[in-house]
Structures are given as C-alpha cells and as structure tokens.
Design a protein around this ligand. Sequence first.
Ligand SMILES: O=C(O)CCC(=O)C(=O)O
Ligand SMILES: [Fe+2]
Length: 296
Amino acid sequence: MNRLAGEPGDADADVEAAKLRAALQSWGLFAVTGHGMPDPFLDEILAATRGFFHLPPEEKERYSNVVVANDGDGGGERFQTEGYGVDRVDTDEQILDWCDRLYLQHPAALRGLLEEYTRRSEQVFRRVLSATARSLGFGEEFFADKVGERVATYARFTYYPPCPRPELVYGLKPHTDNSVLTVLLLDKHVGGLQLLKDGRWLDIPIMSNGVFIAPVHRVVTSERERVSVVMFYQPEPHKDLAPSEELVDRRGAAGAIKAKDFGDGVWDAFAAGERTIDMLKVKIEQEEANVSNTYL
Ligand SMILES: O=C(O)CCC(=O)C(=O)O
Ligand SMILES: [Fe+2]
C-alpha cells in the first residue's frame, strides 16, 4: 500500500501503479499488503463475526431481514435488504446460497470494531483509487471526484455453515459486485472463494490480508464453516455512472445512470444470477428510451 503513494512523477509510485493496472486488467483482484491494519485487529473482526453467527437463532432473529409489512394489507411479512438472514428469494427457480448474511445492521459487539475498520479500510480504498487513476495516466483525483467525498460504504458479514454435500450447492453463486471496489476480509482457515478466469474457476488461496475484487466470482462450500467480511464502496447516490469520456474514443450510445438506481437494482441481478454489468447496460438503454420518449 505504502508504495502506491507518491507525488506526481514519483518513479517508484508509477512502477507500483503499473503493477496495479496489470493486476486489475488481468485478474481484477489482488492481495493488499502494507495496509497498516495489525493482524490481531483483523482477527478480532473475524472472531466477532463468527461470534454473532454462533448466537442462538432467537438472538440473531432480533436483526432479521424479514419484517412485518406495513402495507395496510393487514399483516404479512416483507423482506428488507438490511439485517440478518438469507438473501431475498423471488422465485422457486432461484438458485439459493448456502450462507447466512448480516448486512448494514450491526450488533453492539461488532459496532466499535466496524467503525475502526471502516475508517481504516476507506484509506486503503482511496489509495487504490488514486493509484488506479495514476496508472491510467490521470491525476490522482480522477476517480475520487467521480465517487464523491462521502463514499457510500456497505458492510456485509457472511457465514457459510459446514456443508455435508459441497458438490451440490454453492456458498455464493457466481456474480460480480456492483461496487467501485470491494475490500474483502477472508477467513484465515477455510478457503472457498473462486474466480472465473479464461473460462475456468480458480481457487483463491487463503491470504492473511484483504483483497479487491471486480470479476465474476463465487464461493464453494465445504465441510468446515467459513466467514468473510466485505466492504463495498459505491459513489455518492446522486452521482452519475457512465464511461469516462477520457477512457472511450467516442461516447457513443453509452449514457449515464444514477448510482442510486444502479445500486437499487443490484439485488435483482444477483437473485437472477446475472452479471451486474449486463444489467447496467439494460438499465441505461431503458433510461435512454424514457428520455427520448419524453421528447417525442
Ligand atoms: O465470502 C467471500 O469470500 C466472498 C463474498 C462475496 O463475494 C460477496 O459478498 O459479494
Ligand atoms: Fe462478491
């Protein structure tokens, strides 16, 4: 991490940025070292995560992502993105995942740790973002300006229970994340994360630090339990998502979509097992159709 920082024109930082670019273009994932977060601190986060998921079901249900529906229809239940439980199930055909999640709500035991982790991993995120811009020959603020000062950070804790038939079910089905960058804190003892590269699924070896992910990935189950803590970084909700003019020859048909609209739809893509980028293309086309209809 430290080597990525440098004044404009700093040759060492340029060399590191070029390595970063190569990693992002070929793999979309890399291990982060030198981030300054001590191992005991990261261990504590993983232990607290495991501790939460080991609580009796009735304790965890206090954070449930299924809540009473206040839709005036006389009761019923409704899924909300936040909270503890399995992901939303839309159809009988949907591929289910062998995991429990805790998203955006944080029990007291995790809160303090998460605040500290949020502060420190945002520094990692910002440094990588600047280096990414640098590696493409832009000023360090190039992407940071697009993301905004108050980056939206979503923390997700995932528990993969021991699975007696790992050959039958994924921990998490193949997907891409919808974040600018994802910082992933991996279980130190049990692997399972796999990455799709040139049509083949490759195991990501266990590393003691976080990694960043952009490509299609999935998690396989095993007979041992596993946890992970994921931080998704997204632009401020009012920001436009669009290809940077500097990065495309011609803007062509690609339009913009609000970061919020994109984020709101990501569950649909995940539940359907679709790539987020494909969904983004469809959304942009729809938005453009709506705009042109307005002017007809
Ligand atoms: O648990 C992992 O290693 C990956 C989790 C993940 O890909 C996600 O939550 O989007
Ligand atoms: Fe993911």
